[in-house]
Write a protein that binds this ligand. Structure first.
Ligand code: SAH
Ligand code: SF4
Length: 358
């Protein structure tokens, strides 16, 4: 039994007789968000029966939804083998109307997806890391997160959605499945979310950044840099020993970038650790000559963490320093902070829940 969300349209066409059935199935799956073959009305009965024997649609169960005051929703999913992981639904912008009630701009949503259950990288500041690593998510399980978030929120197929791989896991440690999921998610006649609107965030596995570039998927890249000197970065992200700052920057230099877009460098600002202007200066030097933008993230403290949240004043000074010198820098809005839905905040609390429900 195969997960039907694993396949691109072309792959399904190769499996179907006649091939045009694949397009019809795609429409049911990704435009109507249908999760049972019996409801696919324009398919002949015998095809439905074969499909039921060969493929399964639903692989995830929603076991909890937490809703933040700002409308952000955190979904806890359970897999068929009984593990749980999360995705976050973020409403980035409300609909804008003119004085006559005409729509000027539609709503915008961002879905923060998980690529693995847990993570092997073990960053010192990360909540996900505390629970260790369980397993990779399949391409189909990644794709289904998008379908379920759209379905559960009654989003019309054409609503503008951005995807960020900033949930649980290191996407480049599950590159094959993530790459396949991106292909399925961007499929015209399906979810049709262009790769340009999908961002892979990585803790910086230099050779895999290179490999991702070679795949030429057209996705955006975000690098979790967090520190500008190797000693500190190794303390925060142990893998920095193998792939240090210089090797990451070199891999980024070779990465094919959409000329209209920039590579994002995420910088987790931690009080008295990396929030000084000297670090900002070094960061500026480091990114010199790159098509880069910096996203400053305020560290979100969690139970038992040795780090503290920085003062907003210092983060603003840090950002101003960069902006005044021509480097685009933004401070990430903390959506869903009251339900700890911030990316990188996922797991543990819920892991306990999942053990109880197993
Ligand atoms: N593994 C990938 C993607 C998932 S982590 C990566 O590390 O890039 C997504 C983002 O959440 C990263 O930028 C990470 O630094 C951030 N993050 C992790 N722990 C956090 C915390 N305690 N507070 C705020 N952001 C955090
Ligand atoms: Fe893994 Fe990213 Fe968390 Fe580091 S920050 S442990 S790479 S999920």
């Amino acid at each position: 039994m195969q997960n039907i969300y694993n396949f691109t349209l072309k792959e399904l066409e190769e499996k179907m007789q006649p091939a045009f059935r694949a397009k019809q199935i795609y429409h049911w799956l990704y435009v109507k968000y249908t999760q049972d073959f019996d409801s696919m009305q324009n398919l002949p009965k015998d095809l439905k029966e074969t499909l039921k024997k060969d493929y399964k649609i639903q692989h995830l169960e929603i076991i909890k939804v937490e809703i933040s005051k700002d409308g952000t929703k955190k979904y806890l999913f359970k897999t068929l083998d009984g593990f749980s992981f999360e995705s976050v639904f973020i409403k980035m912008r409300d609909k804008k109307l003119d004085e006559n009630g005409n729509v000027l701009e539609g709503e915008r949503y961002t879905f923060c997806l998980s690529s693995q259950i847990g993570c092997k990288v073990g960053c010192a500041f990360c909540f996900t890391a505390k629970g260790g690593f369980v397993r990779d998510l399949s391409a189909g399980e990644i794709v289904e997160q998008v379908v379920r978030l759209k379905k559960d929120n009654d989003l019309l197929p054409e609503k503008r959605v951005n995807i960020v791989f900033m949930g649980m896991g290191e996407p480049l440690n599950n590159l094959d499945n993530v790459a396949q999921a991106i292909k399925v998610i961007s499929q015209l006649d399906g979810l049709s979310i262009s790769p340009r609107r999908q961002t892979i965030s990585t803790s910086g596995i230099a050779p895999r950044i290179k490999k991702l570039g070679e795949l030429n998927l057209g996705v955006q890249l975000a690098i979790s840099l967090h520190a500008v000197d190797n000693a500190l970065r190794t303390k925060l992200i142990p893998m920095n020993k193998a792939y240090n700052i210089e090797s990451i920057i070199e891999a980024v230099r070779e990465f094919p970038v959409d000329t209209r877009k920039k590579i994002m460098f995420e910088y987790l600002v931690i009080k008295d650790v990396n929030d000084d202007i000297k670090s900002a200066k070094t960061l500026l030097k480091l990114l010199n000559g790159l098509q880069a933008k910096v996203n400053l993230i305020l560290f979100n403290p969690h139970e038992g963490s040795e780090f503290k949240r920085p003062e907003m004043k210092k983060v603003k000074e840090f950002a101003d320093f960069l902006v005044k010198r021509g480097l685009l820098a933004t401070i990430r809005e903390s959506k869903g902070i009251d339900i700890s839905a911030a990316c990188g905040q996922l797991r543990e609390k819920e892991l306990k829940v999942s053990h109880e429900t197993l």
